[in-house]
Every structure is written in structure tokens, then in C-alpha cells.
Unconditional design. Structure first.
Length: 189
């Protein structure tokens, strides 16, 4: 054996090092988010469309109009240190504008990924990838409300655990004119 043989590094993907966690994530994501597909390239990722309302309470009237009838398209990128570090979730459609990646009110990091934690230590290795994806889907709803001018910025706790903006969704998406709702999307031409 040469010196270089002893010092060669064998690369192991996180899902090979953490097969139980990989199985848990696969089962959870495929059951809760059937429109996401797994891509085993680099450190792995999920790609696809999230549901409009994955929250465990009734969908507010007007949500479909507010979101244009579809959830957000994302790429969920794992890092080799997973599950010690959370995956990064990048919105593809809608994609935040560059200026929105520099202002705290949008909860988007400088690289374009979503800021879904108040602190970096908020994620633990036992946390659910599904719960993180739910937060991303809910981010999409708040993003639409901020874009429409209905709220000034993303909320601290998010709409997953706070129903206070459910009525705002309805008022924003289904404007009342002469006492009758319209089917127009806020901001639509």
C-alpha cells in the first residue's frame, strides 16, 4: 500500500451513511407531497410542486385565486451534513426577485433559499423534513400576501401555526365590489 492509498478518501452520500433517515424521509415526502420527485445527484434533492394549503385546518376561501390555482415549485437541496443541517429550499415558481433576497421582510436568504428558521440551531437532526416542507408551502401564501400589499412582511411564526391571516387571504384574493365577490386574482391585469 502506498502513502496515497492510505490517504485516499471514499465519498459516501448521506443517504448511504443514514439509511434509516433516508427511508423515513422517502416515506414521509412521498406520502405527504406526491408531486415531489427524488433526484439522487450530488447530495440529493426533491423537485416539484408543493400543495397550496398543506396546513391542518380548513383552506380559507380565496386561496386558489390568491395563488393562481397552484402551489409553489421548489427544489429542496440536501447537504452532505444532513440530517445535522437542514436542507435548503429554493423557490422556482414564483422565484423571489433579487431585491427580495436582501430584505428581511421576505424571509429569503441571499442565495435565494427560504429562511424558515429564526436561528440556525432551530433545526435538529430528528426534525421532520415534511414539517419543513409544510413551512415552505405556507411561505408561498405569505409571499403572495406581501406581494399584494395585504401585509407588510412575513410573519415571525408563519401561517402554519397562526390562523390570524386566514381572513386576510380571503379579503385579499376575493375583493368585494358592490357586495359581490369577484374571481379576479389580486394584481392580475
Amino acid at each position: 500500500m502506498t502513502v496515497s492509498d492510505r490517504h485516499s478518501v471514499v465519498s459516501v452520500n448521506w443517504w448511504e451513511a443514514e439509511p434509516h433517515r433516508f427511508a423515513r424521509d422517502q416515506a414521509e415526502v412521498t406520502a405527504r407531497f406526491p408531486d415531489l420527485r427524488w433526484v439522487a445527484e450530488d447530495s440529493g434533492r426533491w423537485e416539484g410542486r408543493l400543495p397550496m394549503w398543506p396546513v391542518d385546518r380548513p383552506q380559507p376561501p380565496g386561496l386558489t385565486e390568491l395563488l393562481g390555482g397552484r402551489g409553489m415549485t421548489v427544489v429542496i437541496v440536501y447537504r452532505q451534513a444532513y440530517p445535522m443541517v437542514a436542507p435548503r429550499i429554493y423557490p422556482v415558481d414564483p422565484r423571489p426577485e433579487p431585491l427580495e433576497c436582501t430584505q428581511h421582510r421576505w424571509h429569503v436568504l441571499g442565495d435565494g433559499s427560504l429562511c424558515l428558521f429564526q436561528t440556525e440551531t432551530a433545526w435538529t437532526p430528528n426534525d421532520s423534513i415534511g414539517d419543513l416542507i409544510v413551512k415552505a408551502a405556507a411561505w408561498r401564501v405569505e409571499y403572495a400576501l406581501v406581494k399584494a400589499g395585504a401585509i407588510d412582511g412575513m410573519t415571525l411564526n408563519g401561517i402554519v401555526s397562526d390562523s390570524s391571516h386566514d381572513a386576510v387571504i380571503t379579503r385579499t384574493a376575493v375583493p368585494v365590489s358592490s357586495g359581490s365577490p369577484t374571481n379576479s386574482v389580486v394584481g392580475a391585469p
